[in-house]
Each structure stands twice: as structure tokens, then as C-alpha cells.
Design a binder for this molecule. Structure first.
Ligand code: ATR
Length: 280
């Protein structure tokens, strides 16, 4: 087969080959949009990563997702956009004019999910973000880009919140973990980016009753699908955005870059991935 007749294919590069929902998501879109294409998992060890990525096309791929432990190397080996640079990690690669480009789609995954679940969320003046790791970087970038005035960033290790604040400037206010309680009453948006509440991790103890009645609550954790935080927020009648929604929305741009059509996050796709998560 020549390159012209071969179906377009993308892949997920990681090490070790972890169980991922990405093939399920991209195969669903290929199927429902009637596109002949593929999406494979490629287990590539760190010592083979540069060769693989620098010859992605020769390996048969028009682009790729990148996961642990390769996201920082992917950034260094490609021409990143502003989003990948801001997060310090790339999770999506594609070719543009023969050049290997990269971005980080967690930002639009987070923002796209909020737009879908809680339209108008960006009228909040104050957001409270819990956690200052890699996921938090994407969240903070997305909030500032959408014009949130003050992002209060609470982290167990205050130094990490301060470092992120320095990177993003005056819109970010690093605070200690003990300050969360007093910030809740003015948080129009609350986002958990920590691992608290994840299956096997400690709970996130927080009184959602102190949030304003118009607050929106987002949790990046998606195992379990409904965290205690989201359940408590919904019980109070607050709008919520969950981690699975973000996972689905972050896959949209990669698909569009590789296969040329912008896919939709449908209830059917969500049900498919939910079934896979609950059977795992
Ligand atoms: P990710 O890339 O998914 O953001 P990470 O960089 O390991 O992962 O960040 C994990 C986040 O969860 C951090 O903000 C971490 O706080 P520290 O910076 O203090 O480590 C937070 N986290 C993890 N366990 C926690 C706990 N028991 N209490 C509070 N925060 C916790």
C-alpha cells in the first residue's frame, strides 16, 4: 500500500501500555462519521521515544496522543503552541506543513466541558482551584484565557501554588490549604484538580453549603464517575462538570487535527465510555 491509499491512523504513545479509553473514543468517532482510519496504542519505552516521534510519519501515523511518561519530551521534540508551552507538557502531536506540531488539549477539554455542562460559568469573578500539579496548570490557563478575574489557588504544598502564580501573573492568588473554608463563599467556580476523592485516595472534605447559590463545581476526578464533591454539589442544586466530560472533550481537537472533521461529544459516546469505566 502506498501512503496515499493507506487509511490515516493516529496512535497513543505511552510506557508501559496502560489501559486507555482513547481508542474507544476515536473508534466511535471514526465509525459514526464514516471515516476510514485507525487509532492504535503504541507502547514505546523512554529510550525509544525520540526515534519514534521524530519518525512518526514513517511509522505510519498522521499524529499521536502522548501520555505518561513522555509528555515533557514530546514538547521538547516538536514545535509547541502557546497552550503546550504554558502547561509545560504536550499530549497531542500532528503535522502541519511537514513540521511536527504539538499542543495540550487538557485546556480545551476542561473549558469545553464547562461550556457544555454549565454555560455562563465564565461570568464568575472569583474561582477557587484546588491543587497545583500538571492538571491545575491547564485549568488555570483556561480560566485566565476565558477572563476569570481572580483565580485563588489552594495547594497543600504552598510553594507549588506560588510557583504557578509566578508563571501566570497577577490573576492568580496562591493560598494555603487552610484558607479554603473562608474563600468558599465568594467562589463562583470551584475546581478540584487534586487526587482527593479518587478511588483509593483520601476524601476531599469541604462544605459545599458555603458556596454561593450560583456556584459551579468541577471535579477532574473520573473514577468514581460521581465523586462525593459532585454529589454534594448536585444535592445543593449547583451545576457541575465531571472528569469524564473533560476526558471526552479533550479528545475532540486531536481527532479534528488528524482526520479533518470536528467530532461531537454525544450522550451515546459518554454511555459507551461510562460502561467501559464501570466494567474495569
Ligand atoms: P496531576 O498532574 O494530575 O495534577 P500531580 O502533579 O501529582 O498530578 O498533582 C497532584 C495534586 O494533588 C497536587 O496539587 C497535590 O498536592 P501537593 O502539591 O501538596 O503534593 C494534590 N494532592 C495529592 N494528595 C493530596 C492530599 N492528601 N491532600 C491535599 N492535596 C493532595
Amino acid at each position: 500500500m502506498t501512503a496515499e491509499t493507506r487509511a490515516r491512523a493516529a496512535c497513543l504513545i505511552g510506557w508501559p501500555a496502560a489501559h486507555s479509553r482513547s481508542p474507544l473514543i476515536h473508534h466511535y468517532w471514526l465509525r459514526t462519521l464514516g471515516i476510514e482510519g485507525g487509532y492504535n496504542i503504541e507502547a514505546v519505552p523512554p529510550e525509544g521515544f525520540a526515534e519514534f516521534v521524530l519518525h512518526l510519519s514513517a511509522h505510519g501515523f498522521v499524529g499521536a496522543n502522548v501520555t505518561r511518561p513522555h509528555k515533557e519530551r514530546a514538547l521538547a521534540l516538536s514545535k509547541p503552541d502557546a497552550r503546550a508551552r504554558a502547561v509545560g507538557a504536550a499530549n497531542t502531536l500532528w503535522y502541519e506543513g511537514g513540521e511536527l506540531r504539538s499542543t495540550n488539549t487538557d485546556i480545551e477539554g476542561f473549558v469545553g466541558n464547562l461550556d457544555a455542562c454549565a454555560a455562563g460559568w465564565d461570568t464568575a469573578e472569583d474561582a477557587l482551584v484546588l491543587g497545583a500539579g500538571g492538571a491545575s496548570r491547564a485549568v488555570v490557563f483556561g480560566l485566565l484565557e476565558r477572563g476569570i478575574k481572580r483565580v485563588h489557588l489552594a495547594n497543600r504544598t504552598l510553594e507549588r501554588a506560588r510557583a504557578l502564580g509566578q508563571q501566570f501573573g497577577a490573576g492568580v492568588h496562591p493560598v494555603g490549604w487552610e484558607t479554603i473554608g473562608e474563600l468558599l463563599p465568594r467562589a463562583g467556580l470551584l475546581v478540584n484538580t487534586t487526587s482527593l476523592g479518587m478511588h483509593g485516595q483520601p476524601s476531599l472534605h469541604l462544605d459545599v453549603g458555603r458556596l454561593p447559590s450560583h456556584a459551579v463545581v468541577a471535579d477532574l476526578v473520573y473514577v468514581p464517575l460521581q465523586t462525593e464533591l459532585l454529589a454534594a454539589a448536585q444535592a445543593r442544586g449547583l451545576k457541575t462538570a465531571d472528569g469524564l466530560g473533560m476526558l471526552l472533550h479533550q479528545a475532540v481537537r486531536g481527532f479534528e487535527l488528524w482526520f479533518g472533521q470536528r467530532p461531537a461529544v454525544t450522550p451515546e459516546l459518554r454511555a459507551l465510555v461510562e460502561a467501559d469505566l464501570t466494567s474495569a
